[in-house]
Design a protein. Structure first.
Length: 535
């Protein structure tokens, strides 16, 4: 055991040595928090929300925060922090930062491996307080309700400083004392499943002024998806209102960072790197995007940009991409059918798509990644066939310029998400999704220069269940990880009705598991949007 701990220490120290960090961890603080990202290091360290939470916790007085991830083999079951290799059980608070529903089982695995009871009601005064935040908790925290002591519902900058002030007040009396939990429960944005009254409305918190918060990289490393790149959030939210998109609704209203603050932060980044990533769900809609990109490119910066709206790409904008040496671009038509794009409010015409591809074909771009969805409301076989036709036309236009072009197609199942107009619509069955995916794979492989990313349909269905289910899901996850049974048997034995959760068309009067969360678009407005189309 001692030998394995020594080996992990070497592994952790190698990761730390590769990092350039602006966060100082005071190891002598009175309260110790383990910030856990229940996924791989390269995924977690690339997440600006995770980095922001790490910075905010360590900015608080009397609090030190260390990080933990799902480490690479053979350390995947190691539950020790990266900074000091302290065991998870030795922390006062375990804070999970959750970005993906499919990470829920990993969260439970981490608690099990640390010998911390995964069910909250089984824990006692000597166990750490288990809290959680992140985008999936904005949407529907109830699947994890049996597991988590306290959910922080909202954007990190708006809630972590206040949470820390409450915790600091209770240092002397102990964090598990009823008065500490009672005070947290009094906060409108805190959800304590074991304490909160069913009648309580939890208010999702957000910040109004992004310029007041430096949401940018506090750590860069070659082991991130954005290798040694300084990333900064350009804006938060999206005003397009696509009916399937959770981020476009839960982060409303759309907010942008001012170009002056954006450029100043980049120019004065403490890492002095010329590699810069501009991050945002609606990056293409940033009013000053052309100006910012022009300034950065002229100053010798190498840009990394998130996906673009097809209808905003212009020759001028492409010239900035060429100067920044960008050779690949990600576009999301979502469907090959113009009818279906209109229905989901992805208002793009076939002509706009082809005009953009013509521009790309005349540029230095050599790789395009295309995102599509299957199983959308009212989708027909003709809509699925239109994906093949659209990709074939794109390949013809794009491939007319060069031999070595690449088009990578990603086909994802539509999953009804909380707080969207499509939250009432059923998900396509696993059988039908498999059939559609097999057809697309067989047809797209015939097109020169086109590859298709593989997806697990079973995992997508599971994600749908985790997205829309209630507390019974958390208990089933715990049961699954303590048995050798597959998910199908566990769900059946747990008496979980999958049809009720994801395959039934719901009504406005149905009590949805997340209806107790307020903030953003009201349920009535989402219902009116849903009713605008005959689905």
């Amino acid at each position: 055991m001692a030998s394995k701990q020594f080996e992990f220490r070497q592994y952790a120290e190698n990761l730390l040595k590769a990092e350039q960090s602006q966060v100082k961890v005071d190891e002598g603080s009175l309260i110790r928090i383990a910030l856990v990202y229940p996924n791989r290091y390269d995924v977690g360290i690339s997440n600006l929300g995770f980095q922001e939470a790490y910075r905010l916790f360590n900015d608080a007085e009397d609090i030190s925060c260390e990080r933990m991830f799902v480490y690479d083999p053979p350390y995947e079951h190691t539950t020790r922090s990266l900074e000091t290799q302290r065991d998870l059980r030795d922390f006062d608070i375990i804070a999970f930062s959750i970005s993906f529903e499919l990470d829920y089982p990993r969260l439970v695995q981490i608690l099990n491996a640390a010998k911390i009871p995964p069910i909250a009601s089984d824990r006692n005064q000597t166990d750490p307080l288990v809290i959680a935040g992140g985008v999936t908790t904005f949407l529907n925290p109830t699947p994890l309700a049996p597991i988590i002591d306290v959910f922080l519902i909202g954007e990190a900058e708006a809630i972590i400083p206040e949470f820390c002030r409450v915790i600091e007040k209770h240092i002397e009396t102990g964090l598990h004392r009823a008065d500490c939990l009672r005070e947290l429960n009094d906060l409108k944005w805190c959800y304590l499943p074991q304490v909160t009254s069913p009648e309580k409305t939890v208010q999702r918190r957000s910040v109004s002024d992004l310029d007041a918060h430096p949401t940018c990289s506090s750590i860069i490393t070659p082991h991130s998806h954005f290798q040694n790149m300084f990333c900064i959030e350009v804006g938060r939210g999206c005003g397009r209102g696509c009916r399937y998109c959770a981020a476009g609704h839960v982060y409303r209203p759309i907010r942008f960072r001012s170009p002056e603050i954006l450029l100043s932060t980049i120019r004065n980044n403490p890492f002095q790197t010329k590699k810069v990533g501009l991050i945002g769900a609606a990056l293409s809609d940033y009013p000053e995007l052309d100006t910012v990109c022009e300034s950065l490119v002229n100053e010798g910066y190498e840009l990394g940009l998130s996906s673009f709206r097809i209808d905003i790409i212009t020759p001028r904008f492409l010239s900035y991409l060429e100067k920044a040496n960008i050779r690949s671009i990600t576009l999301a038509p979502e469907t090959g059918s113009q009818r279906l794009r209109k229905l989901i409010k992805k208002n793009l015409s076939d002509e706009q798509i082809f005009e953009t591809i013509e521009l790309l074909a005349a540029s230095n771009i050599s790789t395009i990644k295309l995102y599509f969805m299957i199983g959308l409301p009212s989708e027909t076989a003709r809509d699925v066939e239109s994906i093949v036709e659209l990709v074939k036309k794109i390949a013809q236009i794009f491939g007319s310029r060069l031999e070595g072009f690449e088009i990578n197609v990603s086909v994802n199942a539509f999953i009804p998400k909380p707080f969207t107009p499509f939250q009432w619509h059923p998900m396509e069955t696993e059988t039908n999704l498999r059939k559609k995916r097999r057809y697309l794979t067989s047809q797209l492989h015939k097109i020169k220069g086109v590859s298709i990313s593989s997806k697990s349909t079973r995992s997508e269905v599971l994600q749908g269940i985790f997205s829309s289910g209630g507390p019974e899901i958390g208990r089933a996850i715990v049961k699954k990880l303590s048995s050798k049974f597959n998910w199908k048997k566990i769900l059946r034995e747990s008496k979980i009705d999958i049809t009720e959760i994801i395959y039934r068309k719901k009504t406005f009067d149905d009590r949805l598991p997340w209806d107790f969360i307020a903030g953003g678009v009201k349920k009535e407005s989402l219902w009116r949007e849903w009713q605008q189309e005959d689905l």
